[in-house]
Ligand binder design. Structure first.
Ligand SMILES: Cc1ncc(COP(=O)(O)O)c(C=O)c1O
Length: 383
């Protein structure tokens, strides 16, 4: 018997650059600053809290929308940090990570033929998610060089068929952070429209130099139309746990949960109880900016003598560099060469653009032990 063939739902999707670069890094024993995940342990208190939850019997299906204690803890955290009060029962949902949250939000609101604006460079799941929903992807570039949002271009991309726009601050891969003025400009632009917003805020606790994260929750005209997506994996150094949240007004949450119910149904129970307990202490997330800023500074200072030109890194755990003084290679070839010859893996920014736009910039992840960063710097100083 032969396996039947069928048309692919995602004909343009192949192996991601992250998988390719991680495999190459392993093959060449390179320091992997490519894929965005920490190489250090999470707080043992968090593991203890989850262990306690398992030991006390929290091991069966939880409520579909998430355990009440965690939803309440999330609502309180948002209220404390951003003032808006979300109802834990009707406006907060626990998800299997931000990636699932984004797909579910898109499937919940995008109909075939609806247009969805993405700001490139962007996280790699957005575009295939929109395609799965039958939506039409409308790509608007962030301003090359600064990666600031260009509201004139965003405005020009809006049509009567625009259903949704996806924004991401702090931003992967550029490490830029939207200001309150940026958020207000988006609020003003969307005010006369019925366009929904996915606000991808997974790096919300990684904002540096005294700046504040400007959550969409702070701007009523945005919050009223937004699915705000967060990730415990990013915030608490447990990317493998795949657990996150969506905060959205009740009508949006109701539609979101219809899809969530038949997609994920429930998210693992002991981690929800453990996180609810752990969130009782705000110190771990309030200390995160200082923790990552120190790593950013260590990495930047180490590169200062090299010919890699450092771009600003004001948030997230990424540092982008311009490679044009070091090599004539394009970004992707440079990353392969860097991994093989210098022993450090990075990600080309072109991987975050639909058309592979190459601006000679690559991304490093500094969510690594200081010793890992020092080893990478020793190697990179050979450039
Ligand atoms: C911008 C952005 N959104 C979403 C995610 C996914 O988060 P999670 O691991 O919680 O699915 C990532 C992970 O790299 C990301 O960089």
């Amino acid at each position: 018997m032969t396996t039947p063939t069928f048309p692919s739902r995602l004909p343009n999707v192949g192996t991601t650059i992250f998988t390719v670069m991680s495999a190459l890094a392993a093959e060449h024993k390179a320091v992997n600053l490519g894929q965005g995940f920490p190489d250090f342990a999470c707080d043992p208190a968090l593991v203890d809290a989850v262990t306690r939850a398992m030991q006390t019997g929290h091991n069966q299906y939880p409520p579909m929308v998430g355990v009440p204690a965690l939803r309440e803890a999330v609502a309180s955290k948002i209220e404390t940090l951003h003032v808006r009060r979300y109802c834990p029962n009707s406006e907060i949902t626990i998800t299997a990570g931000a990636t699932q949250a984004i797909l579910t939000a898109i499937l919940a609101c995008v109909q075939p033929g609806d247009e969805v604006i993405v700001l490139e460079p962007c996280y790699d799941s957005y575009v295939p998610n929109i395609e799965l929903a039958g939506g039409v992807v409308v790509r608007v570039p962030l301003t090359p060089g600064s990666f600031r949002p260009d509201f004139a271009r965003i405005s020009a991309a809006i049509t009567p068929r625009t259903r949704l726009i996806i924004a991401n601050t702090p931003h992967n891969p550029s490490a830029t952070v939207w200001t309150a003025e940026d958020m207000r400009a988006l609020e003003e632009l969307l005010a006369p429209t019925g366009i929904l917003l996915i606000s991808d805020e997974v790096y919300e606790h990684m904002v540096f130099d005294g700046a504040e994260h400007q959550s969409a929750a702070r701007f009523p005209g945005l919050a009223d139309r937004a699915f705000i997506v967060s990730s415990f994996g990013k915030t608490f150094h447990v990317t493998g746990w795949k657990i996150g949240t969506v905060a959205a007004p009740a009508p949006l949450t109701a539609e979101f949960r219809k899809v969530h119910q038949f997609n994920v149904f429930t998210v693992n129970t002991p981690m929800q109880y453990g996180l609810a307990d752990y969130l009782g202490n705000p110190a771990p997330y309030l200390q995160l900016p200082a923790f990552y800023q120190a790593k950013r500074d260590l990495f930047r200072q180490g590169l200062e003598g090299s010919r890699l030109r450092l771009l600003p890194s004001t948030g997230s755990y990424f540092q982008c560099v311009d490679i044009s003084a070091v090599s004539d290679l394009g970004e992707a070839d440079f990353c392969q060469w860097l991994t093989r010859e210098i022993g450090v893996a990075a990600i080309p920014l072109s991987a975050f653009y639909g058309d592979g736009f190459d601006q000679r910039v690559v991304r490093f992840c500094f969510a690594k032990k200081d010793e890992t960063l020092r080893e990478a710097l020793t190697r990179l100083r050979r450039l």
